[in-house]
Structures are given as structure tokens and as C-alpha cells.
Design a protein around this ligand. Structure first.
Ligand code: IVH
Length: 694
């Protein structure tokens, strides 16, 4: 097969594919592929037809707008065809630059001519609607259909609160206002939350939901779906005395008539203006309350628009400039179960890696068993993955297709995949939990991270990666093991230098001095947040009294309800947890106890408790393993100060190789001189004090 025969075959294949998918999308409102895939196929066909114009057939989807009138809704002949616009799929700045260059070429503008003024708008992701007003009154609303004939959806559009039934001010005898009916994300989430509550199927995305509602024969379907509308242009107009001469002024006039126009629009100049708008909106995209899939640029001057004219189905004066798609289709390879902070089991989809929302995604959450069941996804299915902004990627649904009959539905494991403990689900809850508590390494890691947190024991440097290593290497089995860590043991870990090991040991040491509220919070008792921990400390004054308190006694504490009281009681009823408290005290973790002391010490380790608090040290010469700045940082982290010269106030001089006059001065004044090892011993502090007697 030669090249042009191959191109002809591919073009025919693409036409058939596009016709099929356009029908699913436009006519049935049941797409089988995400928009991005459709656009890609469309662009491929356009490219082939550009290279081989003889392959451009009159029935090619590139030559007309696809869509049919549904049997049941009556047809509307558009007074002016509802056109589509060309899509620029190059999502980089080059997309905008190419459009500006084309416009300038068509207008025969040279380098000396001024930049072209454009109206830049958002590309709303909904359904195009033509609103016909006669003498200011809404008489008809129609969909685009095939561009020439659409469907009469007046009954449903009248149900959209944002669409006025009568225009404000002095409206022309006939004016058709065109725009997009869409659904806001929060309205969509609310709708789905209601669906979930009633056990009904959730909707896949706002666009399909809006389009589906508007094209229903019975407007009752609109009742529970709040739709919105943004106008972006005009259709037929008669007798408008002072019709604006720019597109931007037209939008202002439409807004003045009382039809919603999106405020996120701007008149910009030249390619640079377009690029800046594309960037700005791209950065703000996730914060918008509705979905967009790009921006639209239109030559602002109506006169220039007329000079530019149309090519087949598209105006030369407008283009849609896309952003990376937030939804893609891929294959579900496996469903695995992850154990989280509180032991919650989350089914996670392992996916054939796919580029979506600007990154490659190979895992996506399925939330919980019930959500997974509702979506009906099974291993091997083609699924739609959504990643919008910083939100974790999720599987939103599946593409219906035949599947092998032996593919089993997913089941939650009966035993925790990490520790093997029983998996339980509380009555009425959708969450499955591992019952292993701190026995489960997954939960142990989370417990350690919580313990080390800034608002708990505040152990800087004890992050996720390190906790993983410590638990996996079995260096730390429980909270008290943290205080047994030493520089040598830590430094043996991967990616852990001598310096960071010393740093962490210093931080661990510092954390020993804490407060009762912080300590109670750090234990990670379910339902005991910071505020509750503070109230418990204030009320009981001593940890032993909290440990021994009955459910009734606990409920005397402000902020402690029956659920928290029960949780605290169960926690301390376990001998294991009481041991943890004892072991932590034995390791030197201490705080002030007693009535009245609590208020004074809430919120931080006291500076006095640090090993070098109030001491001034002087560094001289080169230390074998520590750079000057690092040594200084370690000393400061331990509460000490570093001075530039030796005096009577100097606590110690740390001397390395080639130490100079400072060493001599120290000897003269009889000040302690230490090497690097000596400094480390200082940083580690004195041996832990004996536990205070309760
Ligand atoms: S202007 C002749 N402006 O995208 C120009 N369209 O193919 C007609 N769309 O079906 C369209 N936001 O439903 C225009 N700000 C915007 C738009 C917009 C969304 C939709 C519209 C149309 C499709 C373009």
C-alpha cells in the first residue's frame, strides 16, 4: 500500500469513527470517549485532508457540524446558522501565536501595522443554546443541532433561572443571543451527593449532566438540576439602531439586557496579549466555579470580522485555544487496597499510565467500596480518569463495553493487606478499617508522623520518607523507640548523612521537653484534637488522672462528648498504650504537671529545656565532618548561640584542624576546648532526667 492509499484508508476510518462518536456525544448524550480523544481524531483527519485535499469529501465531519434532531423534540430552523469554531490543540503559547499570525496574514497586515485587538473569553464546557427574543420577550430556545436545524428546548431553558424571560431596557424587535448552558461544579457536587444519599447512580461530569437535562422531552428533569448560562455572541438581529461595532461592546450590551456574560473576559492586543490571557486563565482554571476546556479568541472589530469571513463551517476570526485535558481514558489494570492514617482502607486503581491534567497518572483513588460499586468498574475496563488541579486523581466512571464474563467484582479483603489484622466496618459507615491499631505498620507510620507533627512533639526533620525507612528497617516499632535512635544508627540509613543524623538526634532531644496538652495530642487518640487535649490537660492536670478517668469523669470535661470519652477510655484501657506512656517518660519525655500550670506552658517546649540553652560557643578551625554553617545551625537548634570571639562568657570553644588565635585565647582564659565529637555529646544533652513522680 503506497502512502496516499494508506492516507485514504485512514481518512475513511477516521470519518467513520468520528461520525460514530459525534452521534454518541451530540445526539445521544452518551459519549464513549473523552472530548480530548475526539479532538485528537478530528485533528488527525483535518491534517490528512490538508495534505491530500482530494480526500476531503462533502460528508467529512470536518465539513459540517454533526448532530441530529432527536425524534420527539421539534426541529427549529436557525435564522442564522450556528457555527462552530476551529480548535487550536497546541496548548502552548504557539497556539495563540499561530492564530494571530494567520489573522494578520489574511488582513495583509505588515510588521509596521498595529497589533490586532482581540476579545478573549473562556470556553465554557456545556451545551450551545440560541435564545430568540422578540420585542424583548424570550420566544424560543434551541440547541445547535447540525448548525442549520436544532431542537426546540424552550420548555427546559425557561427552567434555567439565569435566562431572563424578558430583556431589560430598550431591546431591538428581534435579537438572538447565543451562549452556553452549563452546570457549576458545586451544583454538580450537590446533585451527586443527593444521588449518593438516595443510593442512585452518580453523574459523570457537569457537561453531560447539563446537556442531558436540556435535551429531555420532559422539563421535570430540570427540577433537581441547577443549570447556569453564559452568553458569548449573537444570532439573527433586526432593527438594532445602535448595534455595537466591536464584539466586546456587544457582550457589554448583552450583559446590560440582563443576560449573564462571564466577567472573565478582556480586550487584549496581539499575540502577546493572547498568550498572557491564556496563561492567566490557565493558572486560575482550577479555582473557577465551573469547567472550561480552553479560552476563545475573537477579532474584536466587527468590520474586521466581516473582512475575514468564513471557511466552510468556521469563522476565520475566532479560535478556541485549549488547555491540557483534565479527563482521559485508560485501562484499569488492577485494584489495590491502601491503608491510611486511621486504618482506613482505600481501593486504589492501578492504571495504564496516562497523561492527564498536565502529569502522568498511574494511580487514582476509588474512594471506598460503595463508590467503586456504584461506578461499576472492574479490572480490564476502559475507565475515565479525572485530575483537576491539586486534587488527587480519581476514576469517575467506565466506558461501557463488553467484558470477559469471568472478571470478578472487587471485594474488600477480610484481612489488612499490611498487617493481616481483621478488617471491620462500623454500622452505617462506608469505610472499612484495619483493626490492627499500632500493630499495623501502615498505621504505625501515621502515628509516628502525627507524634512528630509541629503541633504535637514538633520533631523537625522526621518526615514521611524517614518514617518509612525507620519502620521498614524495624528501627522503630513504637513511639518510645524514637528516643533510642542515635547518630550512628541513623547515619547508616539511605540518604541520611552524618549531619542530618546529628540534626535529628538534636531535634529528638529537644522534643523531650514538652507540655501536657501537646503530649496528650501527640498520642494520636481518635477524637482528641488539639483543643480537646488542652481541655483534658486543664481539667485533670496530670497524665495519670487522664489515663485512669472513667467515661463519666471524662465527659465532665468541656469539649469532650460521649464519642471522645469512649475513645479516650478505650485507648487507655489497652495495656499497650499505657506502656507507651510509661516508656516515653522513661525515655525522658517530660512536662509540667499539676493544677494551674497548664495555661502557662501551652503551645511550646520551653527554651530552658534545650541542652545548650543560654550558652555561647565559639567555633575555630575546620571540623572533620561539619561545615561551619552546619555546626552553627546545630548549636542554635539546641538553644545555644555562636559568637565570633572568645571571652569569659564563652561556655566552650569547638576547635578543629588549623585552629588559630581563638584556641590560644581559650587556653589563656581556661575555657573548655572540645573537638567535633565533644560538640556532638553537648548537642545530645545530659542523660535524661528521671521521670517526675506523678
Ligand atoms: S463562539 C462563530 N465563544 O464552543 C462562533 N463559543 O465550537 C461561535 N463555546 O459550540 C462560537 N464558549 O458552544 C464561542 N466563549 C465562547 C464559547 C463558545 C464555549 C462553545 C460553543 C460552540 C463551541 C465552539
Amino acid at each position: 500500500m503506497d502512502a496516499s492509499a494508506a492516507a485514504a484508508a485512514r481518512a475513511a476510518e477516521l470519518r467513520a469513527l468520528l461520525q460514530h462518536h459525534a452521534h454518541r456525544y451530540y445526539v445521544l448524550d452518551a459519549p464513549q470517549i473523552p472530548d480530548a480523544d475526539y479532538d485528537r481524531l478530528f485533528a488527525e483527519l483535518q491534517a490528512i485532508e490538508t495534505r491530500h485535499p482530494q480526500l476531503r469529501t462533502p460528508d467529512s465531519p470536518t465539513q459540517r457540524v454533526i448532530g441530529q434532531v432527536l425524534a420527539g423534540l421539534s426541529a427549529v430552523e436557525h435564522a442564522q446558522p450556528m457555527l462552530s469554531i476551529r480548535t487550536e490543540t497546541d496548548t502552548t503559547a504557539a497556539g495563540a501565536e499561530a492564530f494571530d499570525a494567520r489573522v494578520r496574514r489574511e488582513l495583509r497586515l505588515g510588521d509596521d501595522d498595529l497589533p490586532v485587538a482581540y476579545c478573549a473569553e473562556l470556553k465554557f464546557d456545556g451545551l450551545a443554546i440560541n435564545l430568540r427574543f422578540e420585542d424583548g420577550v424570550l420566544v424560543q430556545a434551541s440547541t445547535r443541532g447540525d448548525g442549520h436545524r436544532g431542537e426546540d428546548v424552550t420548555h427546559n431553558v425557561r427552567a434555567i433561572g439565569q435566562v431572563p424571560l424578558r430583556l431589560f431596557g430598550q431591546a431591538p424587535p428581534v435579537i438572538e443571543i447565543r451562549g452556553e448552558a452549563y452546570m457549576r461544579r458545586d451544583d454538580f457536587e450537590r446533585l451527586n451527593a443527593r444521588q449518593r444519599e438516595s443510593g442512585a447512580r452518580t453523574f459523570i461530569n457537569p457537561r453531560n449532566t447539563a446537556a442531558g437535562a436540556i435535551r429531555q422531552l420532559d422539563s421535570a428533569g430540570m427540577a433537581d438540576k441547577r443549570l447556569s448560562f453564559f452568553a458569548y455572541g449573537l444570532g439573527a438581529v433586526q432593527g438594532w439602531a445602535q448595534q455595537p461595532q466591536t464584539h466586546s461592546a456587544t457582550l457589554d450590551a448583552i450583559a446590560a439586557f440582563g443576560v449573564p456574560v462571564c466577567a472573565e473576559r478582556a480586550v487584549v492586543h496581539g499575540a502577546a496579549g493572547l498568550v498572557a490571557f491564556h496563561r492567566r486563565i490557565g493558572a486560575a482554571r482550577d479555582a473557577l466555579p465551573f469547567d472550561i476546556d480552553g479560552v476563545v479568541y475573537k477579532v474584536d472589530s466587527i468590520e474586521l470580522q466581516q473582512r475575514l469571513g468564513f471557511v466552510t463551517r468556521e469563522p476565520r476570526w475566532a479560535v478556541a485555544h485549549k488547555y491540557p485535558a483534565q479527563e482521559q481514558t485508560t485501562r484499569l489494570e488492577a485494584v489495590e487496597v491502601q491503608v491510611g492514617r486511621t486504618g482506613k482502607l482505600t481501593p486504589v486503581a492501578r492504571l495504564l499510565p496516562v497523561f492527564v491534567g498536565g502529569t502522568t497518572v498511574s494511580n487514582a483513588t476509588l474512594h471506598n467500596l460503595f463508590e467503586l460499586r456504584r461506578k461499576g468498574v472492574r479490572v480490564g475496563d476502559e475507565v475515565i480518569v479525572r485530575r483537576a488541579g491539586d486534587v488527587i486523581p480519581e476514576v469517575v466512571g467506565r466506558i461501557p463495553a463488553a467484558r470477559a464474563h469471568y472478571v470478578r467484582n472487587f471485594r474488600m479483603p477480610g484481612a489488612c493487606p499490611v498487617c493481616g489484622s481483621a478488617v471491620l466496618r462500623e454500622r452505617g459507615s462506608v469505610e472499612h478499617r484495619c483493626s490492627g491499631g499500632l500493630f499495623c505498620p501502615a498505621q504505625r507510620k501515621q502515628a509516628l508522623l502525627h507524634f512528630a507533627g509541629r503541633r504535637a512533639m514538633d520533631i523537625e526533620g522526621l518526615g514521611e520518607k524517614l518514617v518509612d525507612q525507620l519502620v521498614d528497617a524495624e528501627l522503630v516499632r513504637g513511639l518510645p523507640d524514637l528516643y533510642a535512635l542515635d547518630v550512628a544508627g541513623l547515619a547508616a540509613l539511605e540518604r541520611m548523612g552524618d549531619k542530618s543524623a546529628a540534626n535529628l538526634v538534636a531535634m529528638l532531644h529537644r522534643s523531650r521537653a514538652t507540655t501536657l496538652p501537646r503530649f496528650l495530642y501527640a498520642l494520636g487518640i481518635r477524637h482528641v484534637g488539639e483543643a480537646t487535649a488542652r481541655e483534658l490537660a486543664r481539667h485533670f492536670g496530670r497524665v495519670q488522672r487522664v489515663m485512669d478517668a472513667s467515661v463519666e469523669a471524662l465527659q465532665q470535661v468541656p469539649d469532650v462528648g460521649p464519642v471522645a470519652a469512649q475513645s479516650i477510655r478505650s485507648f487507655f484501657a489497652q495495656p499497650h498504650n499505657r506502656e507507651v506512656v510509661e516508656q516515653l517518660r522513661a525515655a525522658g519525655v517530660h512536662w509540667e504537671e499539676g493544677e494551674g500550670v497548664i495555661d502557662g506552658v501551652i503551645g511550646g517546649a520551653t527554651a530552658e529545656a534545650l541542652p545548650l540553652a543560654g550558652r555561647t560557643l565559639v567555633l575555630t578551625g575546620t571540623l572533620p565532618n561539619l561545615a561551619r554553617d552546619d555546626a552553627k545551625a546545630l548549636i542554635e537548634a539546641a538553644g545555644g548561640k555562636v559568637a565570633g570571639s572568645v571571652s569569659n562568657k564563652t561556655y566552650a570553644v569547638i576547635a578543629g584542624e588549623e585552629a588559630g588565635s581563638k584556641l590560644d585565647k581559650a587556653r589563656q582564659l581556661g575555657i573548655t576546648v572540645l573537638d567535633e565529637e565533644g560538640l556532638r555529646a553537648l548537642l545530645a544533652g545530659p542523660p535524661p532526667p528521671p521521670p517526675p513522680t506523678p
